[in-house]
Design a protein around this ligand. Structure first.
Ligand code: F0G
Length: 470
């Protein structure tokens, strides 16, 4: 099915109870804000942003039931009732016996890789997210991306572009073996590759390979509910199964998981790491106490755990997911109508613009992804994020990465269709004057996770170089 043909208005399955005013910075305000921010939109004040599509992580709106859970917080250091609620919600959803809360996803990654990975080991994944990749490297290990070839093709119509290339995984496991590969990971959905889903059949094949080689398989389950929605929609035999059942079918095949509850946990902060392995759990717990906090709060207020317990359940609601994915498709449909090049099929949590086709006149070292992000902000105060060479800080020349994307991530339950129509107009206006968009140069580059703190400056207008007289 191609939702792009009819961008139906997504029906909001909720009513508004609290509102927050949206800032309206003028063009001059925006120019000044860009200068102040060193042309890195992470440095903007939220007061300078009209529509904030920087991330869908921790930026969603909580429900009245979640706010009620917050008010019922039991702030005991140890043994809080909210921990029991959280633990039983995660256990019911995943079936994992050992569950440790963390302050967010990368807290879980830090614990997992500090326990399992070490100098010289290799961690395969369909595609690592930037913090996941950075945590693998932090242990001296090598992150290896093994997504199928179609994952790198923005134009082909393949339903599960998040899938792992099982042949390449089999080869890695056969040659490196469990002593070099301490764990394998699969990211649901594949955020670094345009929010594309992984099929249950592919995950089952991955789990079979891992089991045969004695390599534990962990899921990065940040967006597991959105992944389950696509499986239900696209995988044969899945249409009558619930989101929770489909999620469970994945978790039953895995040895553990890391989770940023800021995504499909529908909260503003929180996460966890879970495992079936009691010995790993003991070591995770020691690391947890060192880095995060006591195992019944893990770096969070206890009330936050109560909100996660409710959020995980709300994320399985089909009305909610239909609206959520519907919003992404609505925005994509409006962009498609004016010819804006996007990564297709459209993924779960945002629209990913295809930078190379959007700004073909900019060379890789003119940082076209960042230039586009700056231009969307300049045009209409829309904040997006580059998902390309800068986010992944790849060694090698700029543009070495095969995918150069700009993500318009949609926060959960926050914006309405008219906000998305506004965003589509802004992107459309930039697309109409794309030939005039100028490149950027990086003036400060931090060693790790460059996209958060790098600074940029516009390159001077191109000077026409005339051929030398003979
Ligand atoms: N894994 C994936 C797939 C993610 O998308 C993220 C975060 C993390 C792990 C880390 O979780 O932020 O809670 O520490 N993604 C955010 C984003 C930042 O904008 O996509 P975290």
């Amino acid at each position: 099915m191609t939702a792009l043909e009819s961008p139906a208005l997504p029906f909001e399955p909720y009513k508004t109870k609290v509102v927050e005013r949206i800032p309206n910075p003028s063009r001059e305000d925006r120019e000044r804000a860009l200068e102040r921010a060193g042309f890195n939109l992470f440095n903007l004040r939220s007061a300078d942003v009209r529509i904030d599509l920087l991330t869908d992580s921790g930026t969603g709106a909580m429900s009245d039931r979640q706010w009620s859970a917050i008010m019922l917080g039991d702030e005991s250091y140890a043994g809080s009732r909210n921990f029991a609620e959280f633990e039983s919600a995660v256990r019911e959803l995943t079936g994992f016996p050992h569950i440790l809360p963390t302050h967010q996803g990368r807290g879980a990654e830090n614990l997992l890789f500090s326990v399992l990975a070490s100098e010289g080991s290799i961690v395969p994944n369909n595609m690592h997210f930037d913090t996941t990749q950075a945590h693998v490297r932090h242990q001296g290990a090598e992150p290896r991306n093994l997504a199928i070839a179609a994952a790198y093709d923005p134009e082909s119509d393949v339903p599960f572009k998040g899938n792992v290339d099982v042949d390449r995984l089999a080869e890695l496991l056969a040659t490196a073996g469990p002593h070099r590969v301490p764990l394998a990971m699969v990211t649901l959905t594949n955020n670094s590759g345009a929010g594309q889903p992984v099929s249950l059949a592919n995950f089952r094949a991955v789990a079979g390979l891992c089991r045969a080689q004695g390599v534990p398989l962990y899921v990065d389950m940040c967006r597991w509910a959105e992944n389950a929605y696509f499986v239900r929609e696209r995988e044969p035999g899945m249409a009558s199964r619930s989101i929770a059942e489909i999620g469970r079918a994945f978790f039953d095949l895995a040895d553990g998981a890391t989770m940023s509850a800021k995504k499909d946990g529908l909260v503003n902060i929180g996460g966890f790491v879970a495992t079936r392995d009691g010995r790993v759990a003991e070591r995770l717990k020691e690391a947890l106490i060192l880095f995060e906090g006591f195992p019944t709060y893990g770096g969070l207020a206890r009330r936050d755990l109560g909100a996660i317990a409710v959020g995980l359940e709300e994320a399985t609601d089909l009305d909610y997911l239909e609206h959520r994915i519907g919003q992404v498709r609505y925005l994509a449909g409006r962009l498609d109508a004016v010819g804006v090049p996007m990564f297709k099929p459209i993924g779960g949590h945002g629209v990913y613009l295809d930078v190379r086709r959007f700004l073909p006149h900019l060379a890789a070292d003119e940082l076209p992804g960042q230039a586009l992000v700056v231009e969307l902000y300049r045009e209409g105060g829309v904040r997006a994020v580059e998902v390309g060479s800068i986010m992944f800080g790849d060694p090698g020349p700029p543009g070495a990465r095969s995918l150069e994307l700009v993500r318009l991530a949609i926060p959960r339950r926050v914006y309405s269709a008219s906000h998305l129509a506004y965003v589509a107009d802004v992107v459309g206006r930039v697309y109409a004057r794309r030939d005039a968009v100028r490149g950027l140069t990086m003036t400060y580059r931090p060693e790790r996770l460059p996209h958060f703190t790098a600074r940029f400056a516009p390159v001077s207008p191109a000077v026409e170089v005339l051929p030398r007289p003979a």
